[in-house]
Design a protein around this ligand. Structure first.
Ligand SMILES: [Ca+2]
Ligand SMILES: [Ca+2]
Length: 243
């Protein structure tokens, strides 16, 4: 190079390792032309690579929740690195998650970013569902793993959950009957049934006269035993026990 110039060096074939740069330099009559190797090795770094994590998360029963995918750069870069992302259906579809796409940007020195996918909760029993976050079109980096697998884990009981409408019921002795409501919650997508029966303690109270007031009712003295099965059609959440 001459006294006022700036050396520029451009190539597209350097491999990622340490390279020596040899320069010829010359100047005016006081500067003896010479040549030599610049002090220190000139390090050529390979482009970092991008990968994305997999995420498994329980679905939830209502509202939404986020599945956070980590997008990683194998090493910090001096350049801004970008990569596009887009979701894609597996067995999951738009009823299960909200599709999204965009660009992930790593500023110099950054190595981690997050892509969030919004999942929709529900109470239907179903198999675990899958979807993908695909990476494409990286700038200033290569892509080592271009696909994040999202798994929405089923957290619903098949057929739903049965419960009484109250923790206890009271009835007047002269009322003749009592109606007890059984609720079905959760998965209502299919039919389901549940058996019921009044416990019969008659045998253990056989020696006790019915007129004895001991706070315990028995079918021998106080009520007619009842048993049967309550059938719930799909999407029906309430049934009444027959009186
Ligand atoms: Ca659920
Ligand atoms: Ca579900």
């Amino acid at each position: 190079m001459n006294g006022s110039g700036v050396a520029t060096f451009s190539t597209s074939v350097l491999t990622a390792t340490t390279h020596a740069i040899v320069a010829d330099y010359y100047g005016d009559s006081n500067f003896v032309a010479s040549s030599g190797t610049l002090a220190g090795g000139q390090i050529v770094r390979g482009q970092p690579s991008i990968s994305i994590s997999d995420v498994s998360i329980a679905e939830g029963d209502s509202g939404t929740k986020l599945a956070n995918f980590t997008v990683m750069l194998s090493a910090a870069s001096d350049l801004t690195v970008t990569v596009n992302f887009a979701t894609a259906n597996g067995t999951a579809n738009s009823s299960d998650y909200q599709s999204t796409s965009g660009t992930v940007t790593f500023s110099p020195t950054e190595t981690t970013q997050t892509v969030s996918v919004t999942l929709n909760g529900d109470t239907a029993f179903e198999a675990d569902d899958t979807y993908f976050v695909n990476l494409s079109s990286a700038a200033n980096a290569t892509i080592a793993d271009n696909q994040g697998l999202g798994t929405i884990l089923n957290d619903d009981a098949q057929g739903g959950i049965f419960s009484f409408s109250q923790s206890s019921y009271s009835v007047g002795e002269s009322d003749g009957s009592i109606t007890i409501t059984v609720n079905r919650s959760g998965d209502l997508t299919g039919s389901a049934s549940v058996g019921y029966a009044t416990p019969d303690n008659s045998a253990s109270f056989a020696v006790v006269p019915c007129l004895t007031v001991d706070g315990t009712a028995s079918s021998r003295c106080d009520f007619t035993a009842a048993s049967g099965r309550l059938a719930f059609a799909p999407a029906k959440a309430r049934r009444r026990l027959p009186s």
